[in-house]
Design a protein around this ligand. Structure first.
Ligand code: HEC
Ligand code: HEC
Length: 153
């Protein structure tokens, strides 16, 4: 018995070719076209590097993407609107990125590099250590875990 006629095999192959072409086009499009609202990161950042930065934020603060990114204004779309600035945590994150960049540029740039943005001595995780708000209270809790004798006055 024949499951596929020659014609349907042709259609399947054509479909597969279409999928691989559209995948290639996606990867080859100019990076600058993709991200619409970068104010701190380089506008031509690659997909891969942006993913690394965002995954780093997620881990450093112990949150999910939605902690900083707003839901889509169109509630029928169940995806985050990454370009939107509606979530105030996103601008706080920008402020923190600028702060970390400046600490690195001013205090760790021994070689007077012209690319201080590539120095990562101080990063989100340096202060946050998996916490959203590394305030005095949270740090106190972590210190107790690290050195229980602190509690015994
Ligand atoms: C701590 C906050 C924070 C978290 C968590 C976070 N992001 Fe972001 N994201 C930002 C900020 C801030 C920008 C804008 C950076 C800039 O202005 O240069 C951004 C930008 C982006 C952009 C570019 C949007 C555009 O078109 O301009 C994408 C895509 C993105 N994030 C995806 C993600 C994904 C996926 C995750 C989860 C893995 C994630 N983000 C987690 C803060 C965050
Ligand atoms: C020098 C230490 C330090 C560094 C580095 C740092 N943060 Fe923070 N961050 C803090 C502190 C402290 C707070 C809490 C401020 C408060 O409670 O008012 C905070 C708060 C935040 C908040 C608000 C959380 C909330 O619940 O409102 C976001 C978002 C954030 N940081 C993102 C980042 C990102 C992203 C990075 C890396 C680019 C970063 N931070 C690097 C110290 C730091």
């Amino acid at each position: 018995m024949k499951f596929f006629s020659q014609k349907s095999i042709g259609v399947i192959l054509l479909f597969a070719a279409f999928i691989s072409i559209s995948a290639t086009v996606k990867f080859n499009s100019r990076p600058g076209d993709k991200f619409k609202n970068l104010k701190v990161l380089p506008k031509d950042i690659s997909d891969e590097d942006l993913d690394k930065v965002m995954d780093g934020f997620k881990e450093a603060l112990g949150v999910k993407c939605g902690f900083c990114h707003a839901r889509n204004a169109d509630t029928t779309i169940h995806k985050l609107d990454f370009a939107s600035d509606a979530n105030e945590h996103k601008d706080i994150a920008r402020y923190m990125m600028t702060m970390a960049n400046e600490i690195n540029a001013n205090y760790f740039n021994w070689e007077k590099s012209t690319r201080p943005d590539t120095i990562h001595a101080v990063r989100c995780i340096t202060c946050h250590r998996g916490l959203k708000e590394p305030g005095a209270e949270e740090i106190g809790e972590q210190m107790k875990l690290l050195s229980p004798q602190i509690e015994k006055k």
